[in-house]
Design a protein around this ligand. Structure first.
Ligand code: ADP
Ligand code: MG
Length: 440
């Protein structure tokens, strides 16, 4: 089956990508699911990010099931010859735990998760759930926040920790679409009893991105029953969502209120220091040496989410490998120029002014006016400081764009905002939120 998927992918993707990322994968089967072995964690991650969705579609098409797990490793030596004869025997003999853990990506752990103010609570909560699964205070545990901020990473980390503390633990991880398709399949095959039993046998059920349950009433109903059974059985439930669930239209009220029984924690966008730490840690993980300045540059420029930050690091290392050049600040600047320019271009001063005005409930003309009441002056200063932070415009240019102000006024605004942020938590929060809005 993998062979056929690969043929299809070869037709769809650039030869170089197939050669670099997909050809090195070795396929095997375990308990009816495909296992793809990759030579290292970097490949696992890259394939998971870029190609896994498509691979799953192809698998569903060719094999009728999209069950696949990506792992670091290689084929057991005798596997090719023995697997066919061995499989049924192994399926019976294997401890039940085997069957449940295929989906859990063992690469994502607490050790390689960089802690910062933005994710401290989420990390602590995931750790608690992993150490004392099923306990009231954190069951269910819900991690919510924007994409690419580490929710799935923490979820995997919790699952992996449960298993390493207690190897028999049955942890099941599913994206909510997988839960949905498993249920559809069970419905078609009139196998709902088996479906229910399957989920209720786990020690921990991890369901990722439950916003996809919105509007799928039957799925929610089944999930609700599963949820109740697990909750009563003191089995741990961990969920993620890209928003606070109350804000997701089409999620059932009774499901929303169940979520409130446990613990819900927001994952925020990481601050500058955390972003820089993440770059350094990801680089080290890949055995790439990068100067701190380059990490700072990436952290300064890539703000919207960690996935993009990682993407920039990947671009950089790929280019360095390809050209054989060292990763210096100049090299980084050069390589990322297009990427960054596209970003800056998209931002633009009018866009910043409009976004800030909307955020504070003001009008665009208030950004340019001479009036200096506090309620106008602060947002205006914030907008100027944001422009300085996010674009390459000079102080006089910024002054011009804000109703013809002097460059010293702009400088003052930047300093004022910086100073205030050190003590004013609300202001800091506004700043981070606006940066995020503008970097998306
Ligand atoms: P989400 O599920 O919130 O969309 P992911 O968990 O998939 O985000 O994270 C995206 C990428 O960013 C992953 O490769 C993950 O390892 C990485 N990442 C996010 N936050 C951190 C962190 N604090 N430390 C290390 N890596 C992180
Ligand atoms: Mg995720």
């Amino acid at each position: 089956v993998w062979h056929r998927c690969l043929e299809r992918l070869e037709a769809e993707l650039p030869a170089e990508d197939v050669h670099t990322w997909l050809k090195p994968l070795q396929s095997s089967a375990r308990n009816g699911a495909m296992v793809l072995f990759a030579p290292n964690a970097f490949v696992v991650e890259h394939v998971r990010d870029r190609y896994l969705d498509r691979i799953q579609e192809l698998l569903a098409h060719f094999a009728g099931s999209d069950a696949v797990s990506l792992e670091v490793g290689s084929l057991p030596r005798a596997a090719t010859a023995a697997s066919a004869a061995d499989a049924p025997h192994r399926a019976n003999a294997a401890p039940a735990a085997e069957a449940f853990n295929g989906n859990l990506d063992s690469h994502y752990t607490f050790e390689n998760f960089v802690e910062g103010r933005s994710n401290q609570l989420g990390r602590a909560a995931a750790m608690q759930a992993a150490l004392n699964p099923g306990e009231r205070g954190h069951n269910p545990l819900l991690l919510y926040g924007g994409t690419g901020l580490g929710k799935t990473h923490l979820m995997f980390a919790a699952g992996n920790l449960m298993r390493s503390n207690n190897p028999g633990t049955r942890v099941m991880y599913l994206r909510s679409e997988q839960f949905f398709s498993a249920m559809m399949k069970a419905l078609q095959e009139k196998a709902m009893d088996g479906f229910k039993r399957h989920f209720q046998q786990v020690d921990a059920l991890l369901i990722d991105d439950i916003q996809f349950f919105a509007g799928k009433d039957r799925t929610q109903e089944e999930f609700f029953h599963t949820f109740n059974a697990l909750f009563d059985g003191k089995q741990q439930i961990i969920l993620t969502c890209d928003r606070y669930p109350r804000e997701v239209d089409g999620l059932e009220p009774r499901l929303k209120s169940r979520l409130a029984w446990g613990l819900s924690v927001a994952i925020e966008p990481p601050d500058f220091e955390t972003r820089a730490q993440i770059v350094l840690s990801k680089a080290a993980e890949r055995g790439v040496v990068i100067p701190e300045d380059v990490a700072f540059l990436l952290a300064k420029k890539m703000r919207s989410n960690v996935r993009d930050l990682e993407g920039a690091l990947n671009t950089l290392t790929a280019r360095a490998n390809f050209t054989g050049r060292a990763i210096t600040t100049e090299f980084a600047q050069e390589t990322l120029r297009d990427l960054l320019r596209a970003q800056q271009h998209a931002i633009g001063i009018p866009n910043i002014q409009k976004t800030v005005a909307d955020y504070f409930g003001l009008q665009m003309k208030d950004m340019l006016s001479k009036r200096r009441t506090r309620s106008l002056a602060r947002p205006r200063q914030m907008a100027m400081a944001l422009t300085k932070e996010l674009t390459e415009h000079s102080l006089p240019e910024i002054g011009d764009a804000f109703g013809g102000r002097d460059h010293t006024t702009v400088l003052h605004a930047c300093r004022q905002i910086r100073t205030l942020m050190e003590t004013d938590g609300k202001m800091r929060e506004d700043w981070e939120k606006l940066i995020r809005k503008l970097s998306e």
